[in-house]
Design a protein around this ligand. Structure first.
Ligand code: ZN
Ligand code: MN
Length: 485
């Protein structure tokens, strides 16, 4: 059957902001604390309390919206979104309905072929998170309200993504941005970022275009589940269309969950209930008005964004796009690289140290590369030692590994571990003479210039390295051989 299709995906994203306290009360934000120990009358929804807006949360939202190229509303208000659920004791969530704090932006996402794609942002608004229900007590469910009232930035994109990879790329880019801005830790495992893809297909069949019903996949909190669940929905929707011919009708958006064990989506709600959230302005909160001075002040906190920095590293220092992306995964690592090369170190050398040994060590320790605790001065010194041939590339890697465990300088470590390469020409020349005298056949092969020459060269070089116990600078050994033979 002649069937072609286009994948259409939009995302709804919730990001926890890394403020010290909650959105409308003074309770501390905490993860993994004993249940219901970070609560007060405001966030457990007692009657008669008054919420007060967290100014920092608002500023973090504006900064993020600016990074997403959104228009910032100078006047916004708060609305009550009513629904009943045990983890929401007030029976309404404070959110922003018709006047979101920002809208009409876009995010540039890097694709695997080195190009970028622009995805529209419909709106971003600020709200509060609900608590958490757990169902581990047999016949009972438990409610933990520590999370209730956490500042939550909701971001809604245009349905501009056309593959599971693009959805994943957007999620990763957004994580990089919020981390660079310092507005969220963006830790997926802790639920700092939750993603809800809306997926459907535009199928061309017998010259006609059919749209499949939209599936909303709820609450994804890993990049892998984002990519796999979207890919699964694509196959499932295509199969369903071919079997039943089902197409989109008004209001037949369906809600799916993701089963991580069986790697499939499962239907949660057949028909989106005609939600009546009864939005109305919250009478307890004053509207937010942003003055030009305040906006200018927030704008002044903007930093160079990760994708711009990645592109700059690639062009300015001739790094591969991949290396530049590894260096800009988080701001501290990017700044470490930036500071080291600004001091005049060779960019490729520093890049190799960080993206090879550094990345390996960081993964082992579950930290960022910058989190390994190497400062730019020591890194610059190490790069310079490797450049001048004082230590080999392998030794530099060993030294870097040692540097993260102590405050010692790289030269001290090199001396201690006997890793300094001998560049003393006199000494090396003596070794070369010895080797030449002991291997007349290899010397003849080298000189013959034929096929055997290359092999003989390697052999003789190896002999000298062996005699020097690996400490001769191979560049200098080569130079002496070239002079003599
Ligand atoms: Zn509270
Ligand atoms: Mn929301």
């Amino acid at each position: 059957m002649d069937v072609q299709y286009k994948i259409i995906v939009g995302l709804e994203i919730h990001v926890h902001l890394a403020t010290r306290t909650k959105m409308f009360c003074g309770c501390e934000l905490a993860y993994g604390e004993q249940a219901n120990t970070r609560t007060c009358p405001v966030c457990i929804g007692m009657p008669g309390v008054l919420p007060v807006m967290n100014k920092q949360a608002y500023e973090y939202s504006v900064l993020t919206a600016l990074a997403l190229n959104c228009e910032i509303a100078l006047f916004t208000k708060w609305d009550r979104k009513s629904y009943y659920y045990p983890d929401l004791p007030k029976n309404y969530q404070i959110s922003q309905y018709d006047l979101p704090m920002s809208r009409n932006g876009f995010i540039e996402i890097p694709l695997s072929d080195g190009t970028t794609k622009r995805v529209g942002i419909i709106r971003a608004h600020l709200e509060e998170d609900a608590g958490k229900n757990t169902h581990t007590l047999g016949d009972f469910s438990a409610v933990d309200l520590n999370r209730a009232g956490t500042p939550l930035l909701e971001i809604v994109t245009e349905p501009d993504m056309n593959s599971p990879e693009e959805v994943c790329a957007l999620a990763q880019e957004l994580q990089r941005i919020v981390r660079f801005l310092g507005v969220s830790e963006g830790d997926m495992q802790k639920g700092h970022m939750r993603f809800e893809p809306n997926v459907n297909l535009h199928i061309t069949h017998s010259g006609q275009v059919f749209k499949t019903p939209i599936s909303e996949i709820k609450n994804l909190n890993s990049f892998r589940s984002i990519e796999r669940s979207v890919a699964f929905e694509v196959t499932r929707q295509l199969d369903e269309f071919l079997e039943t011919g089902i197409t989109m009708q008004m209001g037949n958006k369906r809600t799916y969950g993701w089963d991580d064990v069986n790697q499939c989506t499962f239907l949660q709600r057949e028909k989106e209930e005609a939600h009546d959230y009864r939005y109305f302005p919250d009478p307890d909160l004053v509207p937010v008005e942003i003055s030009q001075e305040w906006l200018t002040e927030i704008k002044s906190r903007m930093c160079e964004l990760p994708l711009a920095m990645q592109k700059r590293f690639a062009t300015e220092y001739g790094l591969s796009d991949y290396d530049a992306s590894v260096l800009t995964v988080d701001r501290d690592t990017a700044e470490l690289f930036n500071a080291t090369v600004k001091n005049g170190s060779d960019a490729k050398r520093v890049c190799n140290l960080l993206t090879q040994t550094g990345l390996k060590l960081a993964r082992e320790r579950g930290s960022t590369v910058a989190g390994l605790g190497i400062d730019s001065d020591r890194l610059a010194k190490l790069a310079q030692m490797a450049d001048s041939g004082d230590v080999s590339a392998t030794a530099a890697s060993t030294i870097l590994e040692e540097m993260i465990q102590s405050d010692k300088s790289p030269d001290a470590i090199a001396k201690e571990k006997n890793l300094i390469q001998k560049s003393d020409t006199g000494q090396i020349e003596a070794l070369v003479d010895e080797v030449i005298a002991a291997n007349p056949q290899a010397v003849q092969d080298w000189r013959s210039g034929g096929k055997k020459s290359k092999k003989a060269r390697g052999f003789l070089l190896g002999q000298v390295m062996q005699k020097s116990k690996g400490q001769a600078n191979p560049q200098i050994v080569n130079q002496i051989f070239d002079k003599k033979l």
